[in-house]
Design a protein around this ligand. Structure first.
Ligand code: HEC
Ligand code: HEC
Length: 225
């Protein structure tokens, strides 16, 4: 009985420690409690991506490892225009204006990730997505992504290949839950009303192909390491 109580106490205090850390070390840049930005002004004032629906979005194991060793996801930071300088041929990113993300210890990362995974305000949107098993040829996937749908204007599909105003997508399959990827492509504004990612009206079949293509890219970037 005594031991049971101790375990319970530890579990409870562990949670509130992680919650305290989120409030203390993360909330200055991330929205954790919601709601997401509803006006352009609020969207532009964001210092980091919204984490209030983290449990619907991320893969927990990715969170744990990335928080210990963060890599850049948005090549030009939150707002492309803030980190651009004129280059010889075209605009270039000015890396001096981009700051590295804070890294936290293994134990803190595990606790914070577990806390973030509880934030699931959009189980309804996730429940609408069904991921079919299957694969796509890499070249077909790229043609679909680039030529047919124009997604490459904003997204990298290799570390230095593609657009730079959105998050890179060559590790997206490792980062995000497939149902979230599908749901976000289906209707980005259902998640982020003021995002500039367009709703291109992709059919469920096309969305499956995007998800499969990101799987192919993810496997490739894992092999490269
Ligand atoms: C100084 C501001 C700042 C602080 C403090 C900060 N972050 Fe971030 N965070 C950012 C920015 C900016 C990005 C986008 C990085 C990128 O795209 O490369 C980011 C990205 C992330 C991501 C990936 C989000 C995504 O969808 O791409 C996670 C998860 C995250 N932060 C969690 C945390 C946690 C947990 C803490 C506290 C321990 C924290 N951050 C503290 C600014 C911050
Ligand atoms: C005009 C630029 C633009 C175009 C075109 C675009 N996106 Fe995006 N996309 C974004 C931005 C910006 C985000 C980040 C969402 C946010 O937080 O506002 C994003 C987010 C995403 C995400 C989630 C990634 C993450 O880490 O949060 C996926 C998946 C995605 N886009 C896929 C696509 C696909 C597939 C297409 C083509 C049908 C496409 N995008 C076209 C700008 C774009």
């Amino acid at each position: 009985m005594k031991r049971y109580f101790l375990v319970l106490l530890l579990a409870v205090s562990g949670n509130s420690l992680a919650d305290g850390m989120l409030q203390r070390d993360c909330a200055s840049c991330h929205n954790i409690t919601g709601p997401v930005a509803q006006t352009l002004k609020k969207a532009f004032a964001k210092k980091g991506p919204d984490l209030s629906y983290a449990g619907n979005k991320y893969r927990q194991e990715w969170l744990v490892s990335w928080l210990q060793k963060p890599t850049r996801i948005r090549p030009a930071g939150m707002y492309y225009g803030d980190h651009i300088k004129p280059g010889a041929k075209s605009d270039e990113i000015d890396p001096a204006t981009l700051k590295d993300h804070i890294a936290i210890s293994n134990a803190d990362a595990a606790a914070v990730a577990a806390e973030l995974m509880k934030l699931k305000p959009h189980d309804d949107l996730i429940a609408k997505e069904k991921i079919e098993p299957g694969s796509i040829d890499k070249q077909m996937g790229e043609m679909n992504f680039d030529k047919f749908w124009g997604c490459m204007a904003c997204h990298l599909i290799e570390p230095e290949y593609g657009g730079m105003s959105g998050p890179e997508l060559y590790t997206v399959a490792k980062r995000l839950q497939p149902e979230f990827i599908a749901s976000f492509i289906r209707n980005p504004q259902a998640w982020e009303p003021k995002t500039w990612m367009p709703n291109k009206g992709a059919s469920s079949g096309s969305i499956q192909k995007f998800v499969q293509y990101f799987e192919v890219l993810g496997k490739e970037s894992a092999n490269a390491k």
